[in-house]
Design a protein around this ligand. Structure first.
Ligand code: ATP
Length: 320
């Protein structure tokens, strides 16, 4: 998007984390200091912390490692598109389903309209997180899609474990949790007709170095920086690892279905053996969570015995 090119150029310069004077930035981009100041305001609206110190200039609160399309593309066989500024990475792929190959990935630095399930908002400040979507054409059709959405969570947590980052768990159906706080949300959107292939767009937003000041989020959340105990995160390496892990897991799922994923999912279940409630519209059921079954449903033990629940309208929460 052309209108953003000045802000992106400014961010590239500022990404080193040192001070840059309004004058030098203006010279570099061929504009006045006042114009620079306006663009800096725009950058702040994207959720980036930029400070201005009299006599020194502008500085980012923390250095920024920008995503690099070529570096990511050189390590994966999936087609990769990086759009620094986008409405929603999922929506972008959905809008382009007719022109893209299965496996295509869309990445962004900032989502103006990042979303969760049922129209909820996904807070997506610039450069602090990962916003990632992949298109997958599932020949087995829509019936197999529920299982696939669970496989995605397992693949991402296992990829983190392979990098040495332990302690991340899953909340049914597929959100990532760390110490009972939300680290990442996964949103699988689907189009297709009964009997035909399913076209799935799998989106993930993972918090990496997002700061506490993000109070717009109405539930406990955490960033990967806290999980790993440092805020220097190679976002490009992370993107590469997730693309490879997802691609591999989705292929495996197409060949063998849920076979060994149930066990893998249950090992990572944040709530297994704990009290939870399932919220379904105006209804709530409480019980002890017992992991998932072979159909991808969540098992709940209540006074009435063990029952499996499945469906996109269910939200699981910690019970009292
Ligand atoms: P469900 O259990 O039904 O999936 P959810 O509340 O986890 O419910 P999602 O649709 O997965 O819902 O995600 C949207 C919700 O996630 C928002 O309503 C908000 O509470 C929370 N949220 C939004 N942005 C972030 C973020 N960057 N990090 C963590 N949580 C977020």
């Amino acid at each position: 998007m052309k209108e953003h090119s000045v802000k992106l150029a400014l961010l590239k310069t500022l990404s080193d984390g040192t001070f840059h004077s309004g004058e030098s930035l203006g010279e570099q981009l061929g504009m006045s200091r006042a114009a620079i100041s306006k663009h800096i305001q725009g950058i702040q609206e994207w959720g980036v912390d930029v400070f201005r110190v009299q006599g020194k200039g502008y500085q980012l609160a923390q250095p920024l490692m920008m995503l690099e399309e070529a570096a990511i593309q050189s390590q994966v066989s999936n087609p990769v598109e990086l759009h620094p500024i986008i409405g929603s990475t999922n929506q972008h792929l959905i809008d382009n389903l007719d022109n893209i190959a299965s496996g295509t990935v869309c990445l962004a630095e900032y989502q103006a309209s990042g979303r969760g399930r049922r129209g909820r908002q996904w807070i997506s400040p610039f450069g602090s997180n990962l916003y990632f979507s992949m298109y997958w054409r599932l020949e087995a059709g829509m019936a197999a899609a529920m299982g696939l959405s669970l496989v995605v969570g397992v693949a991402v947590v296992e990829a983190l474990e392979n990098m040495g980052f332990d302690g991340v768990k899953l909340k049914w159906p597929n959100d990532l949790y760390y110490q009972d706080r939300k680290l990442a949300g996964i949103l699988v959107e689907m189009s297709g007709q009964a009997g035909g292939a399913a076209h799935l767009v799998i989106g993930m937003g993972m918090n990496l170095i997002m700061q506490d000041r993000e109070s717009a989020i109405d539930q406990p959340w955490v960033s990967l920086a806290e999980v790993i105990g440092q805020d220097r995160i190679d976002r490009n390496q992370l993107a590469i690892a997730f693309i490879q892990a997802l691609d591999k897991a989705l292929r495996e799922y197409e060949l063998h279905g849920m076979q060994d994923f149930v066990e893998r999912w249950n090992r990572l279940d944040n709530f297994i053996g704990r009290k939870v409630k399932l919220i379904m519209g105006n209804n709530e059921v409480s019980g002890i969570e017992r992991g998932i079954d072979a159909h991808g449903g969540v098992l709940l033990e209540t006074g009435q015995g063990l029952k499996s629940y499945v469906g996109g309208e269910i939200s699981l929460r910690k019970g009292e």
